[in-house]
Write a protein that binds this ligand. Structure first.
Ligand SMILES: [Zn+2]
Length: 347
């Protein structure tokens, strides 16, 4: 992997962020994220027999991730703002009262949350952080698969977050984002299950709790962008939301993306774990509950999640209609269709 990277650096095609001269704390943070992404990429590249793959950290202080094909190389990257901003947002302090979620549930689920909380080998904020990384990586990796599946000849670069400066709407691009979000949410589900298999004491209720927290991690990540606070370091965050839209900009509206992610996650838990008898309302209540506890700590007195609920309610018909349109378009897209068949996914 690294030889290709050196050549592209020498040619001046990519500019890599150098963190070796920074403070030890920052070096540790960058090492953690770089290792995580590299391990995930190595593993997936092997499974999907992809060559010319590498990961790097680029120079930008905003929080973003990207996937690209440059001169036949499969590139996944994050900006140097990403590790610092994400780590800051998933600080343990913001999860200090997360156990309160237990009391909103029936006894069996509530006990499972308490058991997880007492498990020395399970750290909630670390799990939330890792789920968020799995989601971001899974999304970018799906773009790599889309690029390779469609055998595009020209170079392409997709950034993860909404570009509202260039209003370059394209239904195919929205569809590819829709597909990447679905596959990424499935990767998070698989990751949550792998954490469950490593627990000493296992039961169905605990697995449910892990799924609730895992999905909440994606919803929190997406909402940090939706409410415009991801790129702020200031402890007094200013909320700055993107108005609802459908056919505009580089990515579907965050509410459409969140709705799609929740929907696909639920469908997969139901199909892959029928014995759990997962209840969609219980899943939704827990995801919203965990997110609310988090945002009340991060941005007190601003009722972020109430705002989110209201926005969902106000736009539910359009969210549903546009998601259906993206789905219908996705299953006709050659590249996506080929990938769905390859993975044996029914559609
Ligand atoms: Zn994307």
């Amino acid at each position: 992997m690294d030889d290709i990277k050196e050549i592209l650096i020498e040619k001046g095609i990519i500019k890599v962020f150098d963190y070796q001269e920074l403070d030890t704390d920052l070096i540790d943070t960058y090492n953690y994220f770089e290792n995580k992404f590299q391990e995930l990429y190595q593993c997936k590249a092997d499974i999907f027999h992809l060559d010319n793959c590498f990961f790097y950290i680029s120079n930008s202080y905003r929080c973003n991730a990207f996937a690209g094909r440059i001169e036949n190389h499969n590139i996944i990257g994050i900006t140097n703002g990403y590790p610092v901003l994400i780590k800051d947002k998933f600080n343990d302090n913001f999860f200090s009262n997360s156990l309160c979620i237990a009391f909103l549930n029936k006894k069996s689920i509530s006990d499972a949350y308490c058991d997880l909380h007492e498990d020395q080998n399970f750290k909630l904020n670390e799990f939330v952080l890792n789920c968020s990384i799995e989601y971001t990586f899974g999304h970018e990796f799906q773009h790599i698969l889309q690029f390779n599946s469609s055998k595009i000849s020209k170079d392409a670069l997709y950034s993860e977050n909404l570009d509202i400066i260039n209003n370059d709407f394209n239904l195919k691009k929205h569809t590819w984002e829709f597909d990447a979000d679905r596959m990424a949410s499935y990767e998070v589900l698989k990751y949550a299950f792998s954490v469950y298999t490593n627990l000493k004491n296992k039961d169905n209720e605990k697995l449910k709790c892990l799924f609730y927290i895992a999905l909440a991690s994606i919803v929190i990540t997406k909402n940090l962008f939706y409410f415009g606070v991801m790129n702020q370091f200031n402890q007094e965050y200013t909320i700055n939301k993107q108005d609802f839209y459908t056919k505009q900009f580089s990515h579907p509206h965050p509410l459409v993306r969140i709705f799609n992610i929740i929907d696909y996650f639920y469908d997969n838990v139901k199909d892959d774990f029928p014995k759990l008898e997962i209840d969609s309302q219980e899943l939704f209540n827990n995801v919203l509950g965990i997110s609310t506890l988090y945002f009340n700590n991060l941005i007190p007195n601003q009722n972020v999640m109430e705002n989110f609920n209201q926005d969902i309610k106000d736009n539910i018909d359009e969210i549903y209609r546009y998601s259906q349109e993206l789905y219908d378009f996705a299953i006709k897209d050659k590249s996506i269709k080929k990938l769905l068949k390859k993975r044996g996914i029914k559609f």
